[in-house]
Design a protein around this ligand. Structure first.
Ligand code: DON
Length: 610
């Protein structure tokens, strides 16, 4: 008997998550032939010339994959990439452009773009530009308690909302590293929300499905704001959606400054909603919220320097731990999709994700061992990998007591670089797609349900992937553990690669594989982003592989099964890793190659030409 049936709302979340993933539809053959690339199959570069999109201009080019010299933004929506490119043209730096792009995604990519959520912004450059990470992860409200949720809580309640960090995070980045006035970075999004934007096919379909299924009272505002005529009609791909309440909120934030969100009318609207339901967030929680400038996690892989997000994200430490393990093998002797390569990567993931469960949480509340990112520790762990056989996950649990499902969710990543080589790698999220699906009444923005990222039931760690270890238990004011992993790679002190991804726990493995493709196998960036990826997260003890049904990988899959790996039959799609590579041409010109991952429909690179 299935003790944990898929409840209708969970099922809906799965559908929404699938709807937003072009990759899966292609694999399943729903929209023409599968376009999974095989190794060695070169992908074509879109020539950097207008007009690739109706939004393109003489100096701003838009496309899936393009090259430019004056700056590059790659994000999940063409409007947002264009807003960022315009800020670069106005003389803004990469941080200005990233903030403007982030606000524009809050309008045009409601699935994950947000002002009601949180995330991590990595900033780095050449020369004097410091390397920092702005941590704007949400926090638990002061009234939160360790046992406030059951194992299967309703993910769409006000209790699930963490104190939002995005506006304070952008404000801190701006105050420390921005150039243009704050207002200039927010106003383009006010315009987008006021005048509207064309939905396009995927957003129209997703909104129609969601609105139709959002009949419970807590979603009334969502229906009103995101439904055509409040849900009475169906959106078409060519329709323009306007978001007047969100426009007003953004205008207040633009004119009165970022504090407005935490102490002004927006804060009042948010807390009124909390009081009317069972929400915990108070005006005091909002006022007390701080973004934090942190040192990134640093590591090396071969001749490259890795800069990645520190705790409360697990992204940086686990990525560096995995790269360190991989470095102990003469990996280049084995082809990228050789069974031994895949086996090693799976075993590396298994070990690193076990450590994620054992040690990681908010550093203000838990001591995190430094050893995790050392080469010596990686050497010890890598030595336990049997080249012939899969290790059992339970056998490496150590002192995590084990009691005997992947998460449908959404985040978004964007990468930015300016003409001076200053780079921003930003990942932010509402947690599930459309977060809690609750819109703040009168303020027009979606609230996150990030509290679900805490370990929900103390001591309950099981083979389905639930974790109940102490470092990430709920406590007032604590930041929940994240997997978000915006990364900047440097080569000889200069920015070389900017990448990151959505995808919940799969994020770290997605970034790991993009890095391995570019840095170890020296594959082109379009290939590195497009090639199918694997995921193993210690538990559940299953390997998912995007290429599971592609004939080119059949032998490798068979060999993995022989070694004892349990291959998932469901082809999950990992995240869209919007990335930028810095290239030096033979005449010593620096060019930026932007690649918008096409796993979801609307990713767009915007290249700026001087
Ligand atoms: O911070 C985290 O790790 C999660 N809340 C991210 C969720 C996510 O990536 C969903 N994306 N598809």
């Amino acid at each position: 008997m299935n003790r944990f049936p898929l409840r209708p709302r969970r099922l809906l979340d799965c559908c929404i998550s699938l709807l937003s993933q072009a990759w899966l539809l292609l694999i399943l053959g729903c929209s023409g032939s599968a376009n999974l690339p095989a190794i060695g199959q070169e992908l074509t570069l879109t020539p950097a010339k207008p007009p690739l999109s109706p939004l393109a201009t003489e100096t701003i080019h838009l496309g899936d994959t393009l090259s430019a010299t004056g700056g590059m933004i790659v994000s999940a929506r063409p409007e947002a990439s264009k807003v960022g490119a315009e800020i670069l043209e106005k003389g803004g730096n990469a941080v200005d452009a990233a903030i403007a792009t982030g606000f524009a995604l809050a309008v045009t990519f409601p699935e994950a773009g947000n002002i009601g959520g949180g995330g991590f912004m990595m900033i780095a450059g050449s020369g004097k530009t410091p390397s920092v990470c702005i941590d704007y992860r949400e926090t638990a409200p002061a009234a939160a308690t360790e046992r406030m949720f059951p194992l299967f809580p309703d993910r769409h309640t006000l209790k699930m909302v963490g104190v939002p960090g995005t506006v304070r995070g952008f404000a801190l980045a701006h105050q420390r590293y921005g150039k243009l006035p704050w207002k200039d970075l927010v106003l383009p999004s006010v315009k987008l929300a006021e005048e509207g934007f064309v939905l396009g096919g995927s957003l129209a379909v997703t909104l129609n499905t969601l609105v139709e299924n959002s009949t419970e009272p807590q979603f009334a505002e969502f229906r009103r704001v995101y439904g055509k005529q409040g849900g009475k009609e169906e959106w078409k791909a060519t329709d323009t959606i306007r978001l007047p309440d969100l426009a007003k909120t953004l205008k207040r934030i633009a004119e009165q400054g970022p504090d407005e969100f935490y102490t002004g009318k927006t804060a009042e609207l948010l807390t009124t909603q909390m009081q009317q339901g069972e929400g915990l967030i108070t005006l005091e929680d909002l006022k007390n919220y701080q973004a934090i400038e942190r040192e990134p996690i640093t590591g090396t892989f071969r001749e490259y320097q890795i800069l990645a997000s520190p705790p409360p994200s697990s992204g940086g430490m686990i990525l560096v731990e995995m790269l360190n393990m991989l470095e102990t093998f003469p990996q280049a002797e084995h082809a990228r999709f050789d069974p031994l390569t895949l086996h090693r990567m799976i075993e590396i993931m298994r070990r690193a994700y076990r450590d994620r469960a054992a040690y990681l949480g908010d550093p203000a509340f838990t001591e995190i061992p430094d050893k995790l990112t050392t080469k010596e520790y990686a050497q010890q762990l890598a030595a336990t990998i049997d080249p012939e056989r899969a290790t059992s996950s339970a056998s490496i649990a150590g002192d995590i007591p084990l009691t005997e499902k992947p998460e449908p969710n959404s985040t978004t990543h964007f990468s930015v670089i300016d003409a001076n080589g200053m780079a921003v790698s930003n990942t932010y999220t509402l947690e599930l797609a459309y977060g809690s699906r609750m819109v703040v009444k009168g303020a027009g923005f979606l609230l996150n349900n990030e509290m679900g990222d805490f370990n929900r039931v103390p001591g309950y760690t099981d083979t389905r992937g639930f974790i109940g270890t102490p470092p990430n238990l709920i406590a007032p004011g604590k930041r929940m553990l994240s997997s978000q992993n915006p990364v900047i790679v440097k080569k000889e002190g200069k920015v070389y690669l900017i990448t990151g991804s959505p995808g919940g726990r799969t994020i770290i493995n997605t970034v790991f594989q993009v890095l391995v493709n570019v840095l170890e196998y020296e594959l082109s960036l379009p290939q590195s982003v497009a090639l199918p990826r694997i995921h193993h997260g210690w538990f559940p003890e299953v390997v998912s592989f995007e290429g599971i049904y592609h004939r080119d990988y059949r032998d490798a899959i068979e060999a993995l099964k022989q070694k004892g790996h349990n291959l998932s039959v469901l082809p999950i799609s990992q995240g869209d890793a919007h990335s930028i590579l810095v290239q030096e041409t033979t005449d010593k010109q620096t060019r930026y190659l932007g690649v918008a991952d096409q796993r979801r429909f609307t990713g767009t690179a915007a290249g700026v030409e001087p």
